[in-house]
Design a protein around this ligand. Structure first.
Ligand code: ADP
Length: 270
């Protein structure tokens, strides 16, 4: 428990009668601090690719009479631009989630469709490094939420699982029902995450190995986006991992009531 910050306003209404208004400022201050840190982090994160692009542009200009060098530097500029674009995209997504808070327009979402879409894009990367990607477990499960946000969340987990896996390994996505909770587990046999890092991977911009993450095109925002999406759906996301053996990220979401069992119509009034 932190300190409770209370703003107190005292007003004398009539002689001898004081009215004391106490307002909890803790939450407001905390949100303000989060917002401030986020802006500082964003500026820092944007400086790297923008700096690289500036430098590369200068180099291209200097190398104008060497077509081969121009081609090479232009290629690197493109890589940096793609990275910058991914970063901006994720920053916008996360800011939106942070501002939106609880979801308003909820609909019944079919988990099978979410998983199929989430896995789709990762297939190319997985094939490229000979990683087998499989989806299994309970079928026909429904959750209550926003389809696109859920795809984004699972996609981030699957993309990570493939990115941090070695050649010729297996990434599995599985669905399990535990009471009224839907568990979506993304299991890999990759590099794993130490206990100390497991506590921090959901923080914005946190990367275990910035150099490696840069190689994989990581922004350090993926898991904080997953965490926000889970929370906004009334669920959570956890990690289990053993360095050198692999990681399992589990997204838990409340199950939506089965549409096959509609509520009974109220008895007509006598
Ligand atoms: P990034 O864009 O860098 O992948 P994330 O927020 O998605 O950022 O993840 C934060 C960090 O957690 C990563 O940089 C990586 O070090 C670690 N990580 C995430 N998923 C995995 C995984 N499946 N296996 C090993 N490490 C992982």
């Amino acid at each position: 428990g932190g300190t409770l910050l209370v703003q107190v306003r005292v007003a004398q209404v009539t002689p001898g009668h004081l009215v004391v208004l106490a307002e909890d400022q803790t939450q407001a201050r905390r949100l303000e601090a989060i917002r401030r840190d986020f802006v500082v982090n964003i500026s820092h994160e944007l400086k790297t690719p923008v700096g690289a692009l500036t430098l590369l542009a200068e180099t291209v200009q200097d190398a104008a009479d060497d077509p081969e060098a121009v081609r090479r530097f232009a290629g690197r500029m493109q890589t940096e631009a793609v990275r910058l674009s991914a970063l901006v995209h994720e920053i916008i997504e996360l800011s939106r989630l942070q501002v939106a808070g609880a979801l308003t327009e909820l609909a019944a979402v079919d988990v099978d469709t979410v998983l199929a879409e989430a896995v789709d894009r990762a297939r190319t990367t997985a094939d490229g490094k000979n990683v087998r990607l499989s989806v299994g477990g309970q079928k026909g499960v429904t959750v209550f939420g926003q389809h696109d946000l859920l795809v984004t969340a699972v996609r981030n987990l699957v993309d990570n699982a493939v990115a941090y896996s070695g050649e010729a390994s297996h990434v599995g996505v599985g669905v399990r029902l535990v009471g009224d909770i839907v568990e979506i587990a993304v299991v890999d046999e990759g590099i794993g995450i130490s206990a100390a890092d497991q506590e921090r991977v959901f923080e914005r911009f946190y990367r275990v190995d910035p150099a490696r993450s840069r190689e994989t095109g990581g922004t350090g925002l993926g898991l904080s986006i997953v965490k926000h999406v889970a929370a906004d759906h009334g669920g959570d996301v956890t990690v289990w991992s053993q360095p050198g053996r692999g990681s399992t990220f589990t997204l838990r979401l409340p199950r939506a009531a089965s549409p096959a069992a509609p509520a009974e119509a109220p008895a007509p009034a006598a």
